[in-house]
Design a protein around this ligand. Structure first.
Ligand code: FUB
Length: 449
């Protein structure tokens, strides 16, 4: 549990935040996002997460549980910038929902015949069910959606997961606790056509969530499970039939101390990506932040276990900020959170020792003639260099270290790219100052121009 001080600190971060967005982890830092469902519509990558927030004033004691007010939607622009499309649905706008319950748990959105259907759980009014599942329809993935007046009859539970099969038949998976159900949907996508059936073949530790996909005629069902002494992990099962029975195949991700483990999987531009959440910003398991990492299927159809990274997905290019603190490798340096009135919220590289470095993989250098760097320094000795691929790799640019007014007085400086570089490379920043010194410069981000 976090201390009040930690809570206020995180609140301060959010209040002062500018919407700084990127494809490094966590994916967005201007609000808390959880349970990310990713979808590709018309070649564009969208994410439909739930959102976590602080309990309303005076109701803190009621909310040791999640406090979830509704949904935003995001799309990936230019390969590395997440656009926030704002509110898709707020809890008090659910036609059949009980007001002020902050119970908007994991959603899903799917396209069928040119229309987008958004499924969400909420606490129903005048009904004993823990959650019911509602649906809305729109011509656009990000709405506005026309919400059905009532929840889907015959469905009671959380975590809607949708599958549209090759024959254009849709299935609604839902569940939570220890049981997962599935029911076929009618053509209108708003009703089920038969009583839901319990999915057979899941491991005893099945907990919640399900994300169904079909690949090479195999149905994959991925879900959060909890085995004794392990906490939440992500597992999967396969079947030849969407409604099962399924055969358990193992884990996709180990426990990463992220509380729950709701996730989704999508193929985007030829690469599979696992979306999940962690509590990177808050340090608190009820204030989560969505993440993404690449995932691979082996030749035999099994899924290789995903190692969570800070680096995440995407390839920054000209004009994108490169958050080097979301590194692939760091040596003789560390990272810390940067907040502040006029600063983007996020992290910085700090405690940069002589010959310390940070490596950030996959940067598209084409067209870059200058590099900007956001820095703060309380001293004026040394330099830092941008190099290709390793700390002794080709020198791309060199920045002398200036006194900026102190270790939290930020300034944007720039340096010329020494000669044109084409293609995508790993970027390495190397810090140089006096031997024995422990702080050359604080570095917030780089930007290719
Ligand atoms: O975010 C609230 C609930 O926690 C989700 O619906 C579950 O899957 C779990 O992530």
């Amino acid at each position: 549990m976090r201390t009040i001080k930690q809570f206020l600190f995180a609140l301060g971060i959010l209040c002062h935040s500018l919407p700084s967005i990127n494809a490094q982890n966590p994916l967005v830092t201007h609000m808390f996002t959880a349970d990310p469902t990713a979808r590709v519509f018309d070649g564009k990558l969208y994410v439909f997460p739930s959102s976590d927030t602080y309990p309303p004033a005076g109701r803190e004691k009621e909310f040791p549980r999640f406090c979830m007010p509704g949904y935003h939607a995001f799309s990936l622009e230019n390969g590395s910038t997440w656009k926030d499309h704002g509110w898709i649905l707020k809890e008090n706008d659910v036609p059949w929902g009980e007001k002020d319950t902050y119970a908007m748990w994991a959603p899903d959105c799917i396209e069928k015949d040119g229309k987008y259907y958004y499924y969400y759980p909420a606490k129903p009014k005048n009904d004993n069910a823990f959650r019911r599942i509602g649906v809305g329809v729109s011509k656009n993935p990000t709405g506005p959606f026309k919400w059905e007046k009532s929840f889907i009859e015959g469905v009671s539970g959380i975590d809607p997961g949708l599958l549209l099969d090759d024959d254009n038949k849709a299935y609604l998976f839902f569940g939570g606790g220890h049981e997962l159900y599935v029911a076929p949907l009618a053509d209108n996508m708003k009703e089920i056509t038969q009583k839901p059936i319990l999915i057979e073949g899941l491991p005893a530790g099945y907990k919640e969530g399900s994300f169904p996909i079909k690949k090479d005629s195999t149905y994959y069902l991925t879900f959060a499970h909890v085995f004794p002494d392990e906490g939440y992990t992500i597992g999967y099962a396969t079947s030849e039939n969407p409604m099962g029975p399924y055969t358990y195949r193992g884990k996709i991700m180990n426990n990463i101390h992220n509380g729950t483990n709701h996730h989704s999987i999508v193929e985007y531009q030829g690469q599979w990506i696992l979306f999940y959440h962690s509590w990177d910003i808050s340090g608190y398991n009820k204030l989560r932040s969505m993440r993404a990492d690449y995932m691979t299927f082996k030749k035999d159809g099994t899924i290789k276990r995903v190692t969570p990274t800070l680096r995440g997905i995407g390839t920054p290019q000209l004009g994108d900020t490169i958050q080097v603190d979301r590194y692939n490798e760091i040596s003789k340096a560390s990272t810390a959170f940067v907040g502040g009135e006029n600063e983007p919220n996020g992290w910085m590289v700090c405690n940069t020792q002589m010959m310390g470095f940070v490596r950030f993989n996959r940067v598209k250098f084409d067209g870059a003639i200058k590099i900007q760097a956001r820095v703060a320094s309380g001293q004026r000795t040394g330099s830092f260099e941008v190099r290709l691929n390793n700390p002794k790799g080709k020198l791309v640019a060199e920045f002398p270290i200036e006194y900026t007014g102190g270790w939290s007085s930020w300034k944007t400086i720039e340096a010329d790219v020494k000669e044109p570089i084409t293609g995508t490379h790993n970027l390495v920043v190397v810090f140089k100052s006096d031997w024995g010194s422990t702080k050359a410069v604080n570095l917030n981000w780089l930007l290719l121009q």
